[in-house]
Design a protein around this ligand. Structure first.
Ligand code: 5AD
Length: 361
């Protein structure tokens, strides 16, 4: 799809035809199965200082934690026993020999504990090739590293000078060369982000030939530099915000970001029919049924949070992030009901690998 066509779709006030097409393609390719990735937010310590993120190193209001090893193992075992198929180990970015070895040891322990059956995805930021390789040898099969925005100029606006777009790109290349299943993604509705940028993002996923994508709405966090420009207007959709009261504007802004994210997911499903697409947690923050709406029109992955409760409220990437207080069993039971309502079904005891990856030579 060329950029102009994508922008036309993103601008459309009634996307029902787009959604119908995406639904049809989804049914013909990945089908109605939704695969679970139990998400363990391993640590909120982060060396980076991204202007949008709540756990940036400069935010001194965060109580920093590392989940203790036994709790990680317990969560992994729970996921395995429940037939989740996969877990995701995610944390703030940190590069050190100690960190590399700690993760390596944990991976080995998780593999032994789960009879080498659980699929492990890592989302631990930019690392050198040797580290990626060690983690792969210890059992990790997939890696998520969001490019955040594929437009270099916008990337540089949203990050301090010492954050390097090219270094991030190089990590994605390294992961691909190592034969990881590689996932990336972007935030949608960022200040200064235009529909042209979003069209570029979709083209970036295609050019990078990625196997998985997780993209979600940008949501302000009060302790970040970008919060001060929360009323910035970028896309044509947001122009009308100027004439609304604060309360109305906030409501409409949320709606716009939700709509844009759903359109992006539908376009991506049409463009890359066999990749895995996540219905992200941030969608759920904007709309209690945000994730289900995403599943209906293209997404096929959900990442239920398995972070031990006592750490959970410290992994605050953005305001209003859902902190579920239910037991894990209740969360899954609830998810099953919600998915059944939209004709989707959880793919238990399967890794749910990206078909796109599996079809590569
Ligand atoms: N709004 C939405 N998503 C965010 N992330 C970080 N900060 C925010 C925010 N304010 C996302 C980034 C990161 C992922 C773990 O969380 O895209 O890659």
């Amino acid at each position: 799809m060329n950029a102009a066509t994508i922008i036309d779709y993103l601008n459309m006030s009634d996307p029902s035809d787009l959604f119908a097409k995406a639904k049809q393609i989804k049914a013909e390719t990945v089908g109605n199965k939704v695969y679970l990735r139990g998400l363990i937010e391993y640590s909120n310590r982060c060396a980076k200082d991204c202007y949008y993120c709540g756990i940036r190193v400069s935010n001194t209001n965060v109580c920093r934690y590392d989940v203790d090893d036994q709790s990680v193992l317990d969560a992994a075992e729970y996921a395995w026993r429940k037939g989740f198929g996969s877990i995701v180990l995610q944390s703030g970015e940190r590069k050190s020999r100690e960190f590399t070895l700690r993760i390596e040891t944990l991976l080995n322990q998780i593999m032994t504990l789960t009879n080498h059956e659980i699929g492990i995805t890592l989302s631990l930021g930019e690392q050198d090739e040797d580290t990626y390789k060690r983690w792969q040898d210890a059992g990790a099969k997939r890696y998520l590293l969001r490019i955040e925005t594929s437009n270099r100029t916008l990337y540089e606006k949203l990050h301090p000078k010492n954050h390097d777009y090219d270094a991030r790109l190089k990590c994605l290349e390294t992961l691909k060369n190592l034969n990881y299943q590689v996932g990336t993604g972007v935030m949608i509705g960022l200040p200064f982000q235009t529909l042209e940028h979003l069209a570029e993002d979709l083209q970036f996923f295609q050019t990078m030939d990625v196997d998985m994508v997780g993209m979600g709405p940008y949501i302000e966090h009060v302790d970040t530099p970008l919060y001060s420009i929360k009323n910035h207007v970028s896309t044509p959709l947001d122009v009308q915000l100027r004439w609304l009261s604060e309360v109305e504007a906030t409501k409409l802004k949320k709606q716009n970001r939700l709509d844009l994210t759903l359109k992006m997911i539908a376009l991506l499903r049409i463009q890359m029919p066999t990749i895995n697409i996540a219905a992200t947690t941030a969608l759920q923050t904007l709309d209690p049924f945000g994730r289900e709406k995403a599943i209906e029109i293209g997404a096929n992955i959900i990442m239920p949070n398995l972070t031990p409760l006592k750490y959970r409220e410290n992994y605050f990437l953005y305001d209003g992030k859902t902190v579920v207080k239910d037991t894990f069993d209740d969360t899954i039971a609830d998810l099953e009901v919600r998915l059944a309502q939209i004709g989707a079904e959880i793919g238990y005891n399967q890794h749910g690998d990206s078909l796109h990856f599996k079809s590569k030579p």
